[in-house]
Design a protein around this ligand. Structure first.
Ligand code: APR
Length: 278
């Protein structure tokens, strides 16, 4: 069950020692892995938190099982549930959170190597994280293609159709058009495969707001070198973080924990100032 108490350091080093390491010359390449938990404070529900998560609130779509809304085979036979949900999830109406701004500060301080995100809300871009530092592992709404002939489809037409929760068909072959979100059963973007090997150079890994239940994304945590501290910032334990001597498990709301880390780094005012600009 989600953790409701204060921020707690469960294992290994604490915030102070992580920050001391971040300020040292050994810590040059910081990697970040994000999940839906970083956008809940923006008003976007995550997927699996009991009660509030998306997957426990889809009864109205009469799905055979919750994840079907993002399953390519189900979409091909019944695209309406996805189009209904897409209107609620469509980027543009949500503001980045403090945690998204913290990732931007890591880039501003020349520490961020790559931010791998599972989220499709594009809030990392909206927070000002440099585009070449972001890998949207599960795609995004930025582009859309016909699932049959793969032809690209016009973004404005797609947006209008999603606003009306109308199904969109390819003008060439009549196939269904889908935003380039990675559905269960689809391959992840080539950029993901190309960038994953960089994790072998990681000096520090932050894993924030994810249950680490979906692969291959979840497996990234095992690719960083043995001496690279892995810091989980989450409401609950996730994956195997905590299993290595240098791991740190910080349970609590990510925005609260990020504020503590920023405070320790001397970035507290900068964090609030940059967030206020989003
Ligand atoms: N602060 C910290 N942690 C939070 C917060 C918060 N404010 N809100 C939620 N969490 C935690 C939850 O406790 C949970 O462990 O974030 C995690 C969210 O997990 P999921 O809902 O499973 O979301 P995510 O891990 O991103 O799902 C991965 O599953 O459905 C697919 O493709 C979809 O990208 C998604 C993937």
């Amino acid at each position: 069950a989600p953790y409701e108490g204060p921020t707690e350091v469960l294992e290994g080093r604490d915030v102070r020692s992580i920050v001391k390491y971040m300020k040292s010359k050994e810590c040059r390449k910081v990697f970040v892995m994000l999940g839906a938990g970083v956008s809940t404070a923006a008003g976007i529900p995550d997927f699996r938190t009991p009660g509030t998560g998306l997957y426990s609130n889809l009864e109205r779509l009469n799905l055979p099982y919750p994840e079907a809304v993002f399953a390519i085979n189900y979409f091909a036979e019944n695209p309406l549930p996805f189009y209904t949900l897409a209107r609620e999830l469509y980027p543009g109406r949500f503001r980045p959170t403090l945690t998204h701004t913290f990732v931007k500060l890591l880039a501003d301080h020349a520490l961020l190597d790559t931010c791998f995100t599972q989220n499709i809300d594009t809030l990392e871009r909206r927070a000002g994280v440099p585009a070449h530092r972001i890998v949207e592992a599960h795609g995004s709404f930025a582009d859309q293609h016909c699932i049959e002939c793969k032809r690209a489809f016009d973004g404005a037409q797609m947006k209008a159709a999603i606003e009306r929760a109308e199904i969109v068909r390819c003008g060439e072959c009549g196939g269904l058009v889908k935003p380039d979100i990675v559905f269960f059963g689809e391959a992840l973007p080539p950029l993901f495969e190309r960038t994953v090997p960089k994790l072998r150079e990681a000096d520090l890994l932050f894993v924030i707001g994810t249950s680490l239940t979906v692969h291959p994304f979840a497996a990234l945590t095992g690719l960083v070198p043995a001496g690279c501290p892995r810091v989980l910032i989450n409401m609950e334990r996730a994956g195997d973080i905590g299993g290595r001597p240098d791991d740190v498990v910080l349970l609590g709301r990510c925005d609260d924990i990020v504020r503590e880390i920023a405070q320790e780094l001397g970035w507290a005012d900068e964090l609030e100032r940059e967030w206020a600009k989003t």
